[in-house]
Structure formats: structure tokens, C-alpha cells
Design a protein around this ligand. Structure first.
Ligand code: PAF
Length: 286
């Protein structure tokens, strides 16, 4: 496995390759969820490239950029085990040579302004900007993302389509701990008591999904409000959102389009947790 700190070294190494490249962008601090993306990349292509870069542009001024766990050595050991070929691990000056304030950015309107985008202004522009930059550096045939960041995947798909980026976006299901908590690097911010409470996020989403799919519930606003109240009663702060949306557009769900998703984001102590579940509308839902 080659660890490449610069764009020049990465381009030089990748330009000599024959065959297809699959790419997994990460911010490091890898867990089994990331490794499942690497495994998928391995299946898809001849060469696997993983990037590790904690992207300052996608963090708000009062967010956890400084505290975000940086574990390059351990990450590289795990990636080597997972048969990664190349790790691109640049520093910030390599990606943003003029600094983050003066950099060219990518905006994906509408999709970026709702849900997590409303709670974290500028976040998805930061994500789209770095991901496009990484795509231009790596020039992969495939890029693999986790569906825990459901809105992120839609933003990236839209960017790739609008800007005609020649890469196929693959998304993979969320990996969960035994108690249902979605795996996330931010779970380590939880105290032992908060960690006990955290699976409640997945539980309220399951209940809401079941209400729609199996019990024929129709009042989505009531379901969303009940889920938010349950989270607060369990110790979460007022959720940023709990919403049922169309799974393709994140717009208001329409019974004529049966693929929905329920998404939620809420703070528990220092951690902001997000999760989502797909909902397949039964044919009887009218
Ligand atoms: O999902 C993440 O870890 C990040 O948002 C990404 C896609 C690596 C961009 O920094």
C-alpha cells in the first residue's frame, strides 16, 4: 500500500495504472462502516484508492473540526489489512493552497439548503467542493459512499450529474452496532450514559417506518413530532429535524412515488448524531 501526501505524487502513481479505479473518500478515524466501503471498492475495480482528509471547508465555525479524531497510523494499518492500494492523505495546504476563504467552491442548490444543510449552513458546499477536487485528482471510475450520510449521497449524485463528472457513484447500507446505533466516528464523543441512550435514534426511526409501512399511519407530521418528543424525553437536545421525505428528491413525500426515507439529526451531549431508514410505501397507501 502506498501512502501519498501530495497531488503530484498521487497523479504520478495513478497515471501508470491499467484497469479500473474505485475510490473511497473519508475523513479517517475508520470503523467497520468505512471498511465495508473499501470492501465494495475492492469488488468493483482493479485498484482501490482511499483518501483521508479532515476537510475544514465542511465544518462550521463552532463545530468539531479541531476535535475531530485524527488517527492516520491506525487508519493506514486497517486499510492495509483491507487490501487498499493507495491512500491519499494530503494536508490542508495541498487541497486549499490559497486557504479555505479564497478557494473556488461548488454549490449544489436546494438539496444543500434543507435538513442537515439548514442546520449546518455551508456544509454541503464544503463537501461538494472537496469531493469534486478529490475526483479530479484521483479520476476514479467508481466512488463509494455510505448511506448513513443519505443527504450527502444525493448532493454528490446531483453534482456529478450536473457537472458531467465521469464517475459512477455507488452507495452502501449503513453499518450498525449490535444495539442498532449507526456506526460513526462521532459516536466516540458520547459518554457511557449517552452511549446507552444513543440507539434510541434508530429505534424512533424504526417505529416511524413501521407506522407507515405496516400500521398504515397517514399523519406524517404527527409521527415526526412524536419521534422528536421521544428523543427529547430520552435525553437528546431538541432534534435538528425528524422528517419523512421522498428518497430521491428529499421533497415532500408523495404517495404516487413509493420510495421514501425518514431522516433525523439530533445532538446527544457533544455528539451530533444522524441516521435514516428507507421506507417502501405499501401499495395500499393512498
Ligand atoms: O463522509 C465523509 O466522511 C466526508 O463528508 C467526505 C465525503 C469524505 C468529504 O469530506
Amino acid at each position: 500500500m502506498h501512502i501519498l501526501p501530495t497531488i503530484a505524487a498521487t497523479r504520478a502513481a495513478l497515471s501508470t495504472l491499467d484497469g479500473r479505479i474505485a475510490f473511497v473518500p473519508t475523513m479517517g478515524n475508520l470503523h467497520a462502516g468505512h471498511l465495508s466501503l473499501v470492501e465494495k471498492a475492492r469488488e468493483l475495480a482493479d485498484h482501490v484508492v482511499v483518501s483521508i482528509f479532515v476537510n475544514p471547508l465542511q465544518f462550521g465555525p463552532h463545530e468539531d473540526f479541531a476535535a475531530y479524531p485524527r488517527t492516520l497510523r491506525e487508519d493506514c494499518a486497517q486499510l492495509e489489512q483491507a487490501r487498499t492500494d493507495f491512500v491519499f492523505a494530503p494536508d490542508s495546504a495541498e487541497i486549499y493552497p490559497h486557504g479555505t476563504a479564497a478557494t473556488t467552491t461548488v454549490q449544489v442548490p436546494e438539496l444543500s439548503d434543507i435538513l442537515c444543510g439548514a442546520a449546518r449552513p455551508g456544509h454541503f458546499s464544503g463537501v461538494a467542493t472537496v469531493v469534486l477536487r478529490l475526483f479530479n485528482i484521483i479520476q476514479p471510475h467508481y466512488a463509494v459512499f455510505g448511506e448513513k450520510d443519505f443527504q450527502q449521497v444525493l448532493v454528490i449524485r446531483r453534482m456529478v450529474k450536473d457537472l458531467q463528472v465521469p464517475v459512477e457513484i455507488i452507495s452502501m447500507p449503513t453499518l450498525r452496532e449490535a444495539d442498532g446505533l449507526a456506526m460513526s466516528s462521532r459516536n466516540q464523543y458520547l459518554s457511557p450514559a449517552e452511549r446507552q441512550c444513543a440507539p434510541m435514534l434508530a429505534q424512533v426511526l424504526h417505529k416511524l417506518k413501521q407506522g407507515i409501512e405496516q400500521d398504515g399511519e397517514r399523519d406524517l407530521a404527527a409521527l415526526e413530532a412524536e419521534a422528536a418528543q421521544t428523543l427529547q424525553a430520552a435525553g437528546f437536545a431538541t432534534p435538528d429535524y425528524v422528517r419523512v421525505r421522498d428518497a430521491e428528491t428529499l421533497g415532500t413525500p408523495d404517495p404516487a412515488r413509493p420510495e421514501w426515507v425518514v431522516l433525523a439529526a439530533a445532538r446527544l451531549g457533544k455528539a451530533r448524531l444522524i441516521d435514516n431508514l428507507r421506507i417502501h410505501l405499501p401499495e395500499t397507501f393512498v
